[in-house]
Design a binder for this molecule. Structure first.
Ligand code: AVJ
Length: 301
């Protein structure tokens, strides 16, 4: 993290956006009129639940990557009727509560919460069935990876679908699509300034983690679609010449200099399906909303 702050083009991993306050700010973002991905994806799942269930088949081992409060997966239970549900999240305490509540609502589903950072690997506990695994990765979280990392991640998911020497199961994944720049710019730079608060909060989090002295008022949010690189970028831009220090170091930031905090890649339907195939997946079924803004894919291992 300190290496990123010291780099010529300063950068911080987007995972630091999600402390307790950051997670709440992200929930607020999902309510914004400008931030279409969450509600557009929910619309696809609601409208296409039966078609998705027909493609996936009943009785799968549903492995929810980055489950959080488990609500997205829970909405699919009636249609998918999984035999086992394994939500995976770094925040294990959060999971325990969510799983406890869900288990009472769906007593027939075997549930096992897994506290794990799956970005480094997908070695799941023995108790998670290795037959007919359906990895669930909604919300366009895959957009945070560089395209080569996204491909490597999908390859790991594919490898985790092996049952004996045979691949089975698959992935159900949601991804945001390329669209008009104006729509994307507003989605990541909203009128209320919630996304700005979400981005600036990373500095508050760094102050706590690094014993740093970022002055939040001396920075401004930038969020925009970079058309050439097909990604939304979030940065924090220094409004003045300033020196920031932290435990064991410091750095000068000139006025206008930026810290890069997030990439959110946008795909086309064709290039995303091509990536799924490159990762080893076979048949791909795809669903979009009427405007073609968001894509849900079921890819068979
Ligand atoms: C949670 C990574 C999917 O990229 O749209 C929302 C995060 N950043 N607004 C996204 C985010 C700014 C979000 N993901």
């Amino acid at each position: 993290m300190k290496a990123g702050l010291n780099a010529e083009h300063a950068h911080v991993s987007p995972k630091y956006l999600y402390d307790a306050l950051g997670s709440k700010l992200f929930e607020a973002i999902c309510e914004l009129p400008e931030y279409y991905p969450t509600r557009t994806e929910a619309g696809i799942f609601a409208e296409r639940a039966e078609a998705i269930a027909a493609s996936v088949g009943r009785g799968a081992t549903l492995i929810d990557l980055g489950a959080g409060n488990c609500t997205k997966a829970a909405k699919l239970f009636p249609a998918l009727r999984p035999s086992q549900y394994a939500p995976v999240d770094i925040s294990v305490d959060f999971l325990r509560d969510a799983v406890g509540r869900l288990q009472m609502q769906f007593p027939q589903i075997d549930m096992i919460g897994v506290g794990m950072d799956f970005s480094s690997g997908l070695a799941l506990p023995e108790a998670v069935n290795d037959d007919n695994r359906l990895f669930f990765y909604p919300g366009s979280s895959i957009g945070n990876f560089m395209p080569d990392e996204a491909l490597a991640f999908l390859r790991r998911v594919h490898a985790a679908c092996m049952h004996g020497d045979k691949a089975n199961g698959g992935i159900l994944i949601g991804v945001d699509l390329v669209k008009e720049k104006g729509v994307l710019d507003l989605a990541y730079d909203d009128a209320l300034g919630v996304t700005a608060a979400f981005n600036l909060n990373i500095l508050r989090h760094l102050n706590l983690l690094l014993d740093a002295d970022f002055e939040l008022r001396a920075w401004r949010h930038r969020g925009f679609f970079n058309v050439e690189r097909s990604r939304v970028e979030m940065h924090l831009e220094s409004e003045i010449d300033q020196v920031v220090s932290w435990a064991g170091g410091e750095r000068q930031f000139a006025r206008g200099e930026r810290i890069h905090t997030e990439n959110s890649y946008k795909y086309t339907q064709d290039n995303f399906i091509a990536m799924l195939r490159q990762a080893g997946f076979g048949d791909v079924a795809a669903w979009t909303d009427p405007a073609g803004w968001f894509l849900v894919c079921h890819a068979r291992a």
